[in-house]
Ligand binder design. Sequence first.
Ligand SMILES: Cc1cc2nc3c(=O)[nH]c(=O)nc-3n(C[C@H](O)[C@H](O)[C@H](O)COP(=O)(O)O)c2cc1C
Length: 191
Amino acid sequence: MFYRPSEGHGLPHSPFNAIVAPRPIGWISTRGSMGDNLAPYSFFNAVAYTPPQVIFACDRKDTLRNVEETGVFAVNMVSRTLLEVMNATSAHFPRGTDEFAAVGIQKAACHEIDCPRVAASPATLECRLIQVVPLEGGADFLTIGRVEGIHLADEFILDGRFDLSLVHPMGRLGYFDYAEVSNLIELRRPK
Ligand SMILES: Cc1cc2nc3c(=O)[nH]c(=O)nc-3n(C[C@H](O)[C@H](O)[C@H](O)COP(=O)(O)O)c2cc1C
């Protein structure tokens, strides 16, 4: 089949998110004048090495309001053991709800920024806001951040590598589906 998104797909649910899959999940923690916040974003990715930069996209949610207010955010990695609690933080809580407290997640402090992070996450990126770019359509915004500090849980460092076969990171697929990374395939790039 072929379809133009502007004209609809004729399927029960949009296949768009199942095509751009798996997507990494940025579980983003922020701090604002209304308190701390934690929510997952799969319109999220790393986009540069020097300096390391990440992006995420959303509409005017608490996360974006806090980032605009403070200029910082933290991205927490989601492993298999954190999947259900990550999902719980995506509920529509009233504005100002601290999702850490609401779903019972322990906070830790960031080093470089005044922002909470998920203590149990295998890795966290501490980010400073570079730019918020309005996206076409008017409702959504792309946030670009520079990574200024990186936490790695020591238990996942094996033979000098942050070992994803130990972490079991989660990817977001389409519909209600997720992928657990448990089968790694090593492949060297051609010379
Ligand atoms: C796995 C997952 C990925 C999500 N990705 C996005 C996303 O990329 N953009 C978005 O706007 N909402 C996304 N959501 C929904 C938000 O997490 C949800 O609206 C949340 O309540 C926003 O919280 P906040 O208002 O406290 O910032 C996602 C939810 C889940 C479970």
